[in-house]
Design a binder for this molecule. Sequence first.
Ligand code: R5P
Length: 291
Amino acid sequence: MIVLGSDNFGKKLAKCLGVKFVLIEKRIFPDGEVCPRILGSINNHCLLAERMKLPIDSNRYLIEILLTIKNLKYLGAKKIDLVMPYFVYSRQDKIFRKGEPFSAQYVLELLEKARVNRFFTVSSHVDREREGISLTKMPAYNIDGFEILGRYFKKLNLQNPIVVGSDFGVSKSTKIISKILGVKDIAFEKHRDLKTGKITLKGKLTLKNKDLIIVDDIVSSGETMLKVIDLAKRNRAKKIYSAVVHALNEKAIKLISKKVEKFVATDTIDSPISKISVIEKIAEKIKELEF
Ligand code: R5P
């Protein structure tokens, strides 16, 4: 096996797996078209490990991946694994309104048709509480990023904090962290207006003088996290820490970081707060399977 990628993420993964790393050079033509170039020789089994950096461009990223997979096939790869640390389009994990695409499923279909053999991602919005992804026949592994966040907070030794989930959708994941820390957790009931995107939160809180760790899988507009922070402050929480698996937006990162003690994320996206690495856990999963 070899690992291919364009940044340190792939390089470190190759090191953890003890295999050769081949660099991909990213080129963008003046008209916006992409031309990812493989800068080395490949072998039968290729693992493509690419992540996005900020500002994210999911469309460009997806096309680069599809072109690289086709190119690997053309160059003779027999088996191709894809590590997509943040599964793009996974938030459209159903048809919310008539006429919309079922994007998460269609993206998986595109990858399957491009002949990806195995798909690895981290805390995907699709099947977010499960280890596998049910929308595809391709073996697809959903590696838990919340446990990694939990282990990070364990090292910080906070005094009996409460773990707060921004909505019931992440409540099981919130529990993973509270269990590691041996503390209580709570979750809000969140409603997002499908047309305007406006968020409302419901929940009963007694947070006076408590330290909080607010967790979510994603920060995108930042609206959810900011709402929870404001609510927590109004309920007189003491110190507030925020943590997400995928930090997708720099403006949101800046706004949130100003309001809390610390805002951290995993390195599924290359962002200024992506200090907690998922690479070892991905490597463990790959080693556990046959490779
Ligand atoms: C929603 O289901 C997710 O768990 C996140 O709460 C959401 O995607 C965050 O998005 P935003 O930062 O735009 O509020």
